[in-house]
Ligand binder design. Structure first.
Ligand SMILES: NC(=O)c1ccc[n+]([C@@H]2O[C@H](COP(=O)([O-])OP(=O)(O)OC[C@H]3O[C@@H](n4cnc5c(N)ncnc54)[C@H](O)[C@@H]3O)[C@@H](O)[C@H]2O)c1
Length: 413
């Protein structure tokens, strides 16, 4: 069988210090493709707006520099690709994945989070399915030993009947997409029934160009009756573990925070049988090593076999729906019953319409035009926040001649 032809959209820059302005995830995808047995795949072309990033990538992974494109549409039109890795920031995922589906590639391996809105996430999945393109997202952690062993313990009944899955992390969108995926994995890929959440977003926090809340509390129920609980930001002490599973007969903790960062990755407490029992994970922790290699290998094998991988968009949608339902619950001040019917990212909408007052963002845009003018204008896009938040400009002194209103308008929050 001929090697699958792989192309990249977004090559990234191998960062000295990976962070919210660049992680160079494309490099990790490429290393994973190249760790597959010889002849399975070949990286044949790349597209990036930055020639510098693309050239550095080609040097490192031995890709022909004549196959560098600045326009990914041109690459898709000319290169007859089987597989495309999308390693750009979240607001770009949907248009790029949709272009791949329309080019009829066999599979797209896209970075997380799925998209910048619930409508876009659904559309990516639907259009890829209709085109016969397998779409997967890099929720690689589920391939790690601490999570695999924990799931096996749950299936084997080590903690009795599973009652709750919990997690804590910095936010529910950027990192939380992994954490919801892991919760769903621990609970056998169940779909959620409802979500209730509230959040606080007072200080600009923009990761890979996307707003992320400062702190949130989320509770949800799965179709099998298991409850989920997530605490992000300053409230993370409410859970104190990367992931947790609570059953009728015991508790499993993955990445318990009381044990330091990577010290002990998996422990189980069986009720009535003494204290914590620590489980060897052969040096694997919550973040790796080797998880992206396993995700890519599963994805490629699944494309070859014509079946969904574990990181398929069908599974990714289940976690993504909880994320946007949590933001929607905060907007509605109430429980959100699923399926979720909105299209936007409610957190971004609440920032844009002034419902959330966030310090450290650029000054708000001028008031909207009258209805007649609005009708012909194109639909308003969610603002693409700049990676580096500028300090808020100082308020100008009010002109004396203008009469002051007695009350300043109150924000909803
Ligand atoms: N799975 C994980 O554990 C993990 C960890 C970190 C980041 N990520 C995700 O990876 C994704 C990529 O982040 P990153 O930090 O690797 O990005 P990056 O900034 O390192 O690289 C993005 C690349 O995309 C290119 N690009 C931008 N617009 C483009 C366009 N229109 N056409 C072609 N190329 C374009 C840029 O020039 C850049 O080279 C994000 O969604 C982020 O959330 C995932």
């Amino acid at each position: 069988m001929a090697a699958l032809r792989v192309g990249f959209i977004g090559t990234g820059k191998k960062p000295e210090k990976p962070g919210p302005l660049g992680y160079g995830m494309a490099h990790q995808h490429a290393a994973a493709y190249q760790s597959l047995p010889a002849g399975v795949v070949e990286i044949v072309a790349v597209a990036d707006l930055s020639r510098e990033n693309a050239e550095a990538f080609c040097d490192l992974f031995h890709v022909d520099k004549n196959k560098i494109y600045t326009d990914y549409h041109a690459m898709l039109a000319q290169e007859k690709l089987d597989i495309v890795s999308v390693a750009t920031w979240p607001h770009l995922h949907a248009p790029m994945v949709l272009a791949c589906a329309r080019a009829k590639v066999k599979g797209v391996f896209c970075e997380k989070p799925m998209a910048d809105g619930w409508g876009a996430a659904r559309k990516m999945h639907d259009e890829c399915r209709a085109a016969g393109t397998w779409l997967a997202f890099n929720h690689q952690r589920r391939y790690g030993k601490p999570f695999r062993i924990a799931r096996k313990l749950i299936v084997d009944g080590a903690i009795g009947k599973l009652q709750q899955v919990q997690f804590t992390c910095g936010d529910i969108y950027d990192y939380g997409t992994h954490s919801f995926d892991l919760s769903n994995y621990l609970n056998g890929e169940q779909r959620a029934k409802w979500v209730l959440a509230n959040l606080d977003y007072r200080q600009a926090k923009v990761i890979f160009g996307a707003h992320c809340e400062n702190q949130a509390i989320v509770i949800w129920e799965y179709e099998n009756g298991v409850l989920g609980l997530a605490a992000t930001g300053a409230g993370r002490g409410a859970v104190l573990a990367h992931n947790k599973a609570i059953g009728s007969d015991g508790i499993i903790e993955i990445g318990p925070q009381s044990e330091g960062n990577h010290a002990t990755q998996l422990r189980i407490h069986r009720f009535g049988q003494g204290g914590w029992e620590y489980i060897d994970c052969s040096g694997e922790h919550c973040h790796g090593p080797g998880y992206i290699e396993r995700a890519v290998a599963d994805f490629i094998q699944s494309v070859q076999a014509g079946k969904p991988s574990e990181v398929d968009s069908e599974n990714a949608l289940k976690g993504t729906e909880i994320i946007f339902a949590a933001y929607e619950s905060s907007r509605r001040h109430g429980r959100v019953d699923l399926p979720l019917t909105i299209s936007d990212n409610p957190l971004v909408s609440m920032v844009n319409d002034g419902t959330l007052k966030v310090e450290g963002l650029p000054a708000p845009k001028p008031a909207p035009k009258p209805a007649a003018a609005r009708k012909s204008a194109p639909p308003k896009k969610a603002a693409q926040p700049k990676p580096k938040a500028k300090p808020k400009p100082k308020p100008k002194p009010k002109p004396k001649a203008k009469p002051k209103t007695k009350k300043s308008p109150k924000r909803k929050r």
